[in-house]
Ligand binder design. Structure first.
Ligand SMILES: [Zn+2]
Length: 275
């Protein structure tokens, strides 16, 4: 499996599928694993790394949100890790859809599910407040609710390494995919702007594509996401075409599939404006 980035505190694994990332923080007294995914051989690779590195230390298993690609390996790690997720994640009314999507994925590619397909129903730490701080095995983490992409996102910031894990926000390989609400997504971008301004972020890891350690690139990603939502809102309100040429200039890859996500975003914006 590709290791996109590695230093003594942080490993970012990258799946061959949709450039999905899995973040492993290596702290003094624990490991903090985020969204292990997708393919069975890739998850086995991640699990082996975790086993090599853990040396008796506790492992925390954090999910940025409940989309099926991010929770697909829950069952592989849940019995040996402490699970962290949002209250909204546990209350997701459409949780069965995520299970169905995992089953469909394995089926579609003739993969035998390597472990039972399970949706997390319990957790060791449930984040219910808009912002919470927790000390986990000696290290301080900040968690923030981040709905908009879907209904139950969470951001996590690890103080000791300066790592901000943002799930499917601020990806360089995709514009905002909005399954939940444009207005709520905009509020989460405002939250991200505050965090980038106030926290000592050294590394920003998004759910798909490249991490960045360049503050200018972090702000550029935020600006591009805001541009997209602004144009989505303006073109729909003014009943004019979206400036698609500009969209594909900013996000030039995977146009066939991303064009479908863009159409779905336009439809969602229309429904949202119709109330
Ligand atoms: Zn994703």
């Amino acid at each position: 499996m590709k290791i996109q980035y590695q230093d003594h505190q942080l490993i970012v694994f990258e799946s061959e599928l949709m450039r999905t990332t899995c973040t492993l923080l290596i702290a003094e007294q624990h490991l903090f694993l985020t969204d292990p995914n997708w393919l069975p051989s890739e998850v086995a690779f991640i699990a082996q790394k975790v086993d090599e590195l853990r040396q008796g230390r506790p492992v925390y298993l954090f999910f940025t949100h409940s989309d099926y690609d991010h929770i697909i390996a829950y069952e592989r790690f849940c019995s040996t890790a402490k699970v962290i997720l949002s209250q909204a994640f546990l209350r997701n009314p459409n949780w069965r859809d995520q299970l169905r999507d995992i089953e469909k994925f394995y089926d579609q590619y003739y993969l035998i599910p390597p472990w039972p397909v399970v949706y997390p129903q319990v957790a060791d730490l449930v984040i219910g407040q808009p912002a919470e701080q927790h000390v986990l095995a000696g290290d301080t983490y900040h968690f923030y609710q981040a709905p908009g992409h879907n209904g139950d996102g969470l951001l996590a910031f690890h103080e000791a390494s300066g790592t901000l894990i943002v799930g499917d926000y601020l990806c360089n390989v995709e514009f905002p995919f909005i399954y939940y609400s444009v207005a709520v997504y905009e509020a989460t971008l405002d939250r991200l702007a505050t965090l980038l301004a106030e926290l000592p972020v050294r590394t920003l890891v998004a759910g798909h594509g490249d991490l960045t350690q360049d503050p200018a690139a972090m702000w550029q990603r935020l600006q591009d996401a805001r541009w997209y939502l602004g144009e989505l809102r303006a073109s729909t309100t003014e009943k004019r075409p979206f400036q698609e040429a500009l969209l594909w200039q900013k996000y030039p890859h995977f146009k066939t599939i991303q064009g479908q996500y863009h159409q779905a975003n336009l439809a969602l914006m229309q429904r949202e404006l119709n109330g």
